[in-house]
Design a binder for this molecule. Structure first.
Ligand code: GLU
Length: 195
């Protein structure tokens, strides 16, 4: 069972996400990562296999700064527990990321249709496919909310995920189906997402 933490507000996002992920460590995990949109509006990702202290080490070497982002502790179901399969997963443009809790059951057929559409899938995960599906809907002219909805219509399984794109600044979209939980904390100046 993975952990997801998302934050959007006025403060520095990395300490909030790392503290949230620490509180979810009891659930067990094999790798961790986070994605942050920096002050220039660019998306940056840091990931590491192993415990959160490994991600801390990566962040020490290559710090991140921003006011919104999403983080994840992974319990691998599709693909080995390594850096390449750790979340967040990007689409081909690198401007959109997804963190995901659960299993996409129609993984094989989705992967084939995404590859047939000429997109390179970098990891072994079911999660990366969600990023490609959402990006394909964005490219078709939908906004991020509508794109996530349209992508969900193609997913079979129990899942909860968080998604952000630099094409939709200052937004984190969350979706769920089945038993995977999503909890939102909505405030006036800051909001939280957890699974
Ligand atoms: N199925 C996804 C993966 O293998 C998510 C697993 C999880 O819930 O952490 O990466």
């Amino acid at each position: 069972m993975c952990g997801i933490v998302g934050y959007i507000g006025g403060g520095e996002v990395v300490p909030v996400i790392m503290e949230g992920l620490r509180r979810l460590e009891y659930r067990g995990y094999d790798s961790a990562g986070l994605a942050v949109v920096n002050g220039s509006g660019e998306l940056e990702v840091r990931r590491a296999p192993g415990k959160l202290r490994e991600l801390d080490r990566v962040l020490g070497e290559a710090p991140l700064s921003g006011t919104y982002g999403i983080g994840h502790t992974r319990w691998a179901t599709h693909g080995a527990p390594n850096e390449r399969n750790a979340h967040p997963h990007r689409d081909c443009t690198g401007r959109l990321v997804v963190v995901h809790n659960g299993i996409i059951e129609n993984y094989r057929e989705l992967r084939k249709s995404i590859e047939d559409a000429g997109r390179a899938v970098e990891s072994e995960t079911d999660t990366e496919l969600i990023a490609h599906l959402v990006e394909m809907e964005l490219a078709a002219g939908r906004d991020l909310f509508a794109a996530v909805r349209a992508a969900c219509a193609r997913l079979v399984g129990s899942y909860a995920f968080g998604c952000l794109s630099t094409q939709a600044p200052s937004q984190i979209i969350a979706a769920k189906n089945g038993g995977s939980p999503i909890i939102l904390g909505l405030g006036e100046k800051e909001s939280f997402l957890a699974s």
